[in-house]
Ligand binder design. Structure first.
Ligand code: SF4
Ligand code: SF4
Length: 427
């Protein structure tokens, strides 16, 4: 019997909180039992078998067993995490589609180029061919994830409509859609159409806090405020009561953020809604811009949201961070139909590695990027730090761009530095 490798724990006030990153189970133990708990955990660190003679230790162990925090064999446990990863690759296809690089906003922190490219009908036809072809090839396909990204993806709604119209006929295949939007063009008729043509629709809408802060950070391109238009769109969406639609408020924070900024966000009555907070300037192409303190502020923002009664997305149980870039089931497609590294970096020539031909097959043009991106050498299972890491089931090696293209090993996400703050959010 061994203590799970995927266990993290922190003392929070008068309790010690234990979390299984593999199963998401949480246990709280009276902090007065801290030394017994630490001894139990030490047994593992020293590679000894767990000593269960002591009655306090035995009680703790029992609770941990009930919550799958104790395992018979660490390699077997690793296989469970690895199988979840394989299942994802084999059972799901992922298409991340830039409908356009144009945007009707001028956010002060945006690092994207504004080359205003729009996806054409010709490229859409190729994407549909690619999806159908890959779906036919897959043996045990459960579903297709479609992420629509930009610029502002809703500036080119026909792309989304036509793709859904053509793939909803795939038999026994779930269709899940994520639209990453600034919210200014979210109209009810369109959302109803998407919701009717997929199994689940997530709308990730960026709102940078209260009205004043949001309007300063995220104005329209002509400088006009955007907050009230977004809120009106949300209110009319909420009235539709669509059961398969959920909303994610994405709040970008930096040191200017104050807790009051989160308190007056529109709380939908009929849509399920969660808040995610992240630090500004998370640009993987230019990591020197990245300020880790913003990540600490993001934890404070989530705490304020939680205290105000919003549901939150905590990295430790809803790992938004996990990305499927560089996996063989994932395609990221630029507006002009090129295969590009990921949605986190600009869809520009130096990030392209191939294109789709008319029949939907893939032609590789940049072998260097392609081999780096899809090589198993930099997958988590070949990185010792990751194989031994307690965060593996929620991280799977972190940012693939940083790990595979920049060769930063290990490429740990910022939330690793703020585990205590993140664990606190769970209780
Ligand atoms: S590879 Fe990194 S930058 Fe690209 S989408 Fe994944 S996490 Fe984001
Ligand atoms: S990237 Fe870092 S946090 Fe993620 S699994 Fe690897 S070692 Fe752990």
């Amino acid at each position: 019997m061994r203590i799970s490798r995927y266990l993290i724990h922190e003392r929070i006030g008068s309790e010690i909180v234990l979390l299984s990153t593999l199963w998401g189970s949480v246990v709280k133990i009276d902090a007065r039992l801290e030394s017994a708990l630490r001894e139990l955990l030490m047994d593992v660190e020293s590679e000894d078998r767990v000593n269960v003679k002591d009655s306090i230790k035995r009680d703790i162990l029992q609770i941990m067993q009930e919550n799958k925090m104790v395992v018979d064999d660490l390699e077997e446990e690793y296989k469970i995490a690895y199988t979840a990863y394989l299942d994802f690759i084999n059972r799901w296809l992922v298409f991340k589609i830039f409908t356009t690089t144009d945007c009707n906003f001028s956010c002060i922190y945006c690092y994207q180029n504004r080359n205003k490219k729009y996806m054409s009908q010709h490229v859409v036809t190729k994407i549909i061919q690619l999806i159908k072809k890959e779906a036919e090839k897959a043996n045990e396909l459960e579903g297709v994830y479609l992420t629509f990204f930009g610029g502002e993806p809703l500036l080119n709604k026909p792309v989304i409509r036509v793709i859904l119209e053509n793939i909803r006929t795939l038999k026994n295949v779930k269709i899940r859609v994520l639209i990453v939007t600034n919210g200014s063009l979210l109209d009810s008729t369109f959302v109803k159409y998407v919701s009717d043509n997929c199994d689940k629709l997530a709308i990730q809408l960026t709102i940078d806090g209260g009205k004043r802060r949001h309007n300063r950070y995220r104005p329209f391109s002509n400088g006009a405020p955007s907050y009230e238009i977004i809120m009106k769109n949300l209110e009319s969406l909420d009235k539709l009561s669509l059961r398969n639609v959920y909303l994610i408020y994405r709040v970008n924070v930096d040191r200017t953020f104050s807790n009051n900024d989160i308190l007056n966000l529109y709380k939908p009555l009929n849509l399920s809604c969660k808040i995610s907070c992240v630090g500004i300037f998370d640009n993987p192409e230019n990591p020197s811009n990245y300020n880790l303190n913003n990540e600490r502020t993001a934890c404070k923002c989530l705490q304020a949201a939680k205290d105000a009664g919003y549901e939150i997305i905590d990295f430790l149980i809803n790992p938004l961070f996990s990305c499927s870039v560089g996996l063989k089931n994932t395609y990221t497609i630029s507006p002009d139909g090129f295969l590009t590294i990921c949605t986190g970096v600009d869809p520009k020539d130096e990030n392209f590695y191939g294109y789709m031909s008319d029949d939907g097959s893939i032609v590789i043009t940049n072998k260097n990027i392609h081999s780096k991106l899809f090589s198993e050498e930099y997958e988590f299972f070949n990185i010792q730090e990751c194989r031994r890491c307690s965060l593996l089931p929620i991280c799977f090696g972190g940012c693939a761009y940083s790990r595979k293209i920049r060769r930063n090993i290990p490429s740990c996400p910022a939330f690793k530095r703020y585990l205590r703050e993140n664990i606190k959010l769970l209780i």
